[in-house]
Design a protein around this ligand. Sequence first.
Ligand code: NCD
Ligand code: ZN
Length: 351
Amino acid sequence: MPPESEQRLVIRRPDDWHVHLRDGEMLAAVVGHTARQFGRAIVMPNLKSPVTTIRQAQSYRDRILSALPENTGFEPLLTAYLTDTISAAEIAAGYGDGVFAACKLYPARATTNADHGVTSIALIKDVLETLQRIDMPLLIHGEVTSPQVDVFDREAVFIETVLQPLRQDFPELRIVLEHITTKDAVDFVLAEGANLAATITPHHLEINRNAMFEGGLRPHMYCLPTAKREQHRLALRAAATSGNPKFFLGTDSAPHSIAAKESDCGCAGIFNAPFALEAYAKVFAEENALEKLQGFASEYGPAFYRLPINDTKVVLEKQPIEVPESLQAGAELLRPFHAGASLPWRFAGAA
Ligand code: NCD
Ligand code: ZN
């Protein structure tokens, strides 16, 4: 029997620095999963009608708060969706008022609800100048969208052709390269200064691109950016468990109904919110790095965003937990990441 300390892990309450909470019935079905485990979350603005104004963000925030179960203490942090024509003054005012915590850059058509995204960085130079001046974080979906670029190369090509020049033009801009999937991204983040960080999802730590084709086409393993080769997964695991504060937790939990995923043109996104901490804990335990989980999950994100760390703590226990095959979301069903599997560490609530 191992000592009790090896069966129980108490860490500061973590935060999720990248999540899709959706709206309406889906919001009501998913927000409790995130609020159960995390103190705060950076909420993505890619609703069907994107969040581009202070008024829209306030109204979305109110809808999130009314959909929350009682007494979670959860705080949503809203983001502004950058378009070619968004007003820099509106963003600055929203940041000043504490309505927006960050701006989100989607290259146009890069992913779900990115049709209104930015078509060319040149068009938002004034916005980027403003962000740099007011020190407001820029969150980037780092993929080029050109059909000429192989889907598995889109992150690496983005880094080389878009992010590097952007860093040169705006060296003081605080940037989070989101949901990184490649060794190229890890190396780039390591080579840059402290004002560039990255989030890493649980699924990119667990699966490589084979998972999408295992015995047939596996739509529930499809997300954007897609999982890459095994060498990239290994680089992500090393980065996440290294204790380097440039890498922190962002689940990119992105629920789509089973029907929307299992279709001729299945949606991109993996729904990992219900067992997110369990999924990360499994990886950190496998890497013999559980002592690094608190930094990754609860400390480095707040440090980058210049927010206090949470003052409460949560418990993880070495007790297997079974992940259900599906979860109800209004009239729809959702399939969680790790569906049907058993995870070795379970979230056991507040300490
Ligand atoms: C996200 C979604 O469904 O909103 N999908 C995904 O695969 N991650 C969008 C995104 O973050 O790319
Ligand atoms: Zn996302």
